[in-house]
Design a protein around this ligand. Structure first.
Ligand SMILES: *C/C=C(C)/C=C/C=C(C)/C=C/C1=C(C)CCCC1(C)C
Length: 261
């Protein structure tokens, strides 16, 4: 992507935030609303990360640009959803489930694409890898949404969601994606791939824990909504921002290494 197009893209993203900001100003954030404060802090961190990832695409070698652009798209889509979620929370104190899942429906597939992209940057990868990761993602999210929004019981939704996640873990630890990585990637890609799959294991485990605390520990979900939202919010910092930083680290170090040769 050219420098100019990138600048326009970032400017457009900035301008589109303005209505959401103006809207937020009508309800004031209370100084003791820690969940609301976490929504605010993280929405700003997501905006800053978006600018960072987009600008840094100019610094890395061509084959890494797509991965970094996708990282920026993840944080951009999440930032916009955080503005809306923040408003719902500050105004009503209720869990913004629909916004949360629309965000996940877009950002989780993009994160899954990153596994495909970092392998595809260094070798040939069959499309089946991509589709299996997408199927796992959809099963996980549809199960979770059905459970949280009340279309299914909290337990059945949880179990279906866990199965989808297990399928993703299988693909990246023992399936074809993992085998391609082990056999064909240079060392830096291998270590990034390994770090990324631990994030998908440990970082992503925080979401089912949030779901468990929010819906399955026996109390009324209305009373556990603060815990649920703080847990989901912290998980997003790790899984969207830190995940992007890992990709940025491989992309810059691989670019510098190639330039030093
Ligand atoms: C940026 C957002 C991310 C990475 C969201 C990830 C969400 C999950 C890994 C959710 C997982 C869930 C289960 C494994 C069980 C059912 C409930 C879910 C949907 C919370």
């Amino acid at each position: 992507m050219s420098k100019f197009r990138l600048k326009w893209l970032s400017l457009g993203a900035g301008v589109s935030f303005i209505p959401a900001l103006a809207q937020a100003a009508t309800e004031n954030l209370r100084s003791d609303d820690y969940v609301g404060i976490s929504f605010w802090l993280i929405s700003m961190a997501l905006v800053a990360s978006t600018a960072f990832f987009f600008l840094e695409t100019q610094r890395v070698a061509g084959k890494w640009k797509t991965s970094l652009t996708v990282s920026g798209l993840v944080t951009l889509v999440a930032a916009v959803h955080y503005f809306y979620m923040r408003d719902v929370w500050v105004a009503t104190g209720a869990t913004p489930t629909v916004y949360r899942y629309i965000d996940w429906l877009i950002t989780v597939p993009l994160l899954m694409v990153e596994f495909y992209l970092i392998l595809a940057a260094v070798t040939k990868v069959p499309g089946g890898v991509f589709w299996r990761l997408m199927i796992g993602t959809m099963v996980m999210l549809i199960g979770g949404y059905a459970g949280e929004a009340g279309y299914a019981g909290a337990w059945p939704g949880f179990i279906v969601g866990m199965l989808g996640w297990a399928y993703i873990l299988y693909e990246i630890f023992a399936g074809q994606a993992s085998k391609i990585n082990a056999a064909e990637s240079p060392e830096s890609v291998q270590s990034a791939f390994k770090l990324m799959r631990w994030i998908v294991t440990i970082g992503w485990a925080i979401y089912p824990i949030g779901y468990f605390v929010g819906y399955l520990m026996g109390q009324d979900p209305a009373n556990s909504s603060a815990a649920l939202n703080v847990i989901y919010n912290l998980a997003d910092v790790l899984n969207k921002i830190a995940f992007g930083v890992i990709i940025w680290t491989v992309a810059t170090s691989e670019t510098d290494r190639a330039a030093a040769k």
